[in-house]
Design a protein around this ligand. Sequence first.
Ligand SMILES: *[C@@H]1O[C@H](CO)[C@@H](O)[C@H](O)[C@H]1NC(C)=O
Ligand SMILES: *[C@@H]1O[C@H](CO)[C@@H](O)[C@H](O)[C@H]1NC(C)=O
Ligand SMILES: *[C@@H]1O[C@H](CO)[C@@H](O)[C@H](O)[C@H]1NC(C)=O
Ligand SMILES: *[C@@H]1O[C@H](CO)[C@@H](O)[C@H](O)[C@H]1NC(C)=O
Ligand SMILES: *[C@@H]1O[C@H](CO)[C@@H](O)[C@H](O)[C@H]1NC(C)=O
Ligand SMILES: *[C@@H]1O[C@H](CO)[C@@H](O)[C@H](O)[C@H]1NC(C)=O
Length: 613
Amino acid sequence: MLAAALFAVLFALGASAGPDPCVAIAGKKWVSPREARACMFSFPVDPELKANIIQVVNNTLPFHTSVNYQILAPPPFQNDVHEDIAADLARIFQMSYDSDFEFHLDLYRSFRRLNDGHCTVFNFCYDSLYISYLPTPLVLLTASDGSQSVHIAPEAFSVASAEFPDQIEFWQDSLPGNLKGKLASLSGAKVLQINGKDPLIAVNENAVTTGSYQSFGTRQNSFFSSYSRGAKGWAYIMGNFALQIHPLNDFVELTIQRIDNSLPETLSIPYRSRFGSAAKNFTDGESYRENNCVSVAGTNGYDVYDLASVSEHTHAMPPVAYFQQQPLISNQDRRRPINVMLDGTPLSDVELPEESHPTTAALNESYSVAQFYLLPDNITGVLALGSFSAGNFSVFMASLLDGLQELKALGATHLIVDVTNNGGGYICIAHWLHRILIGPKATTEPQAGLDTCTRASTMAQLIVEKINKGADPKELLSYHPSQWKNSSNVPYSVETHWLRPTVDLTINGHQDAFSPRLGAECQPFEMAPPDHGLFAPENIAILSNGRCGSSCSLFSITMSKHEGVKTVVLGGHKDIPQQYCGVVGGQSTHFAEIDTEIKSTHLKTHILAPPDL
Ligand SMILES: *[C@@H]1O[C@H](CO)[C@@H](O)[C@H](O)[C@H]1NC(C)=O
Ligand SMILES: *[C@@H]1O[C@H](CO)[C@@H](O)[C@H](O)[C@H]1NC(C)=O
Ligand SMILES: *[C@@H]1O[C@H](CO)[C@@H](O)[C@H](O)[C@H]1NC(C)=O
Ligand SMILES: *[C@@H]1O[C@H](CO)[C@@H](O)[C@H](O)[C@H]1NC(C)=O
Ligand SMILES: *[C@@H]1O[C@H](CO)[C@@H](O)[C@H](O)[C@H]1NC(C)=O
Ligand SMILES: *[C@@H]1O[C@H](CO)[C@@H](O)[C@H](O)[C@H]1NC(C)=O
């Protein structure tokens, strides 16, 4: 398993000129996709900013572990991952674009084709600035004879009317003929065609572009609606059909067969674009860019030994947090090893309708993203775990132990861990849950996880050299030797160059270098784990829709491969293998954090250092 780097890239202010379509949408919560597009496409490319973004991305990539592997992934993912991102950057650098948004879309889509939730580029200027919705999320249903068909979700109207009370009339009025005002009657309808074609064609087209997961089946599943357990409650995931992060589609044409109707009907439903929940108000094109497109505290890194920069940065929520698929965590806890997916869609703020909530009450030991239930058979416990991060690390850790112990006290002998749409989080919570479920044994002590290594690029090696010579006396940096242990689980001393001797490899024809194998990251834990496993491995099942990534896949894979725990993927197309593994990796990071390492070790002027955005 390899430590991965990821980038959230935001960028600096550019001037705009000419007629201003942004004025028409300023201050409106809902607009048509066409209006939003007109504004977003109105900014010309600023050659200097374009070069700056490409240089930042290009010089940050050597910190990401997988780029050479992604040129052609080893089986079974060779058909899914075959993108040479360095070649993409060279192409994009040469290319001229009619607008800055077009440049961004090319960059964004190139990274999405890596199908890697850790190697991505996001830009606050465009991504989720206007999110486009349909009131008709879709589901893939399987009949008792095994046949599958796409349907408008039975709960569609209940979700849309609760979440979009200020738009539902618009959609009601947009329906043709005798369907006008009868949006509710579409819920549950069988979808025969999407834009005149078999629905599976639209599902697969989305799977090719949506990114984040290597597995094709998992990317297919992103088209459909689903649920997740958030910090504050149950969230509804609209799916990529009914929620798009760019306002690029105006409407969809559906041929459907409504419940209790024998005849197919064809209708078109308009997308509506809602101003993003993290977007900043504007009055015209210039203020749009000033408020949404400039770098802010946290976009770039800072020198942790420079008091003025420290005070500016420690209280700011880093912009990347908006795209991390985990609840907001405290700045204090941000220093813990984290492995989390990033996505252009912020963690959904659409609520799961009441009728879809669990019907039994959660145990009192539940906390935030971790909810415990005892099923009516009185022997099966359920841990619904929406993330491996929660607001307070220590409280979260304790609640996992308390909740599982309470389930046992109530008589549970079997456990289902539901990690549907769990995008990862704290690596040491994944190790902790594994360790307390299974108990002490060779696969859980001193590490209930996987050995790892990290990429040892020239810049990374220089950072460690500087630290060896005393550049980080307070041990604040991620590259400090004291943050790591060798494969015998002995911490490195400050003078050890822990990336050396490098393991030199040729990957897809490219020279590459990695650190030696690294050991445990998490133990000893800050609270004592019990002496015995809480559940027998054969009585545990890990359940998801395949969308379990980063620390979540670290947990699922080790539980399955080391402990023989069952994994179950619900949903998915029956002809496509369903994977439970998501995107693994070790610690994941992003441009600002890497820049902090570089600035704090005074390497910013090095030719390989990424400039500031
Ligand atoms: C942005 O505009 C909306 C709608 O006009 C308003 O409700 C909101 O308070 C404004 N937000 C800020 C931060 O000014
Ligand atoms: C990216 O960096 C490499 C190594 O410094 C360099 O050879 C290449 O030309 C750069 N690519 C772009 C598009 O700037
Ligand atoms: C759970 O908490 C509620 C509210 O504080 C309390 O009424 C109830 O007795 C508690 N249940 C148990 C089993 O302790
Ligand atoms: C489960 O426990 C409850 C409360 O003790 C009891 O009413 C119920 O009958 C039990 N169910 C089964 C299947 O044993
Ligand atoms: C987490 O909660 C504990 C116990 O309530 C508290 O002492 C600690 O300061 C909290 N940590 C954070 C980061 O809020
Ligand atoms: C780890 O470090 C210890 C202490 O320096 C050393 O004895 C041990 O051989 C090292 N293990 C490996 C695999 O290098």
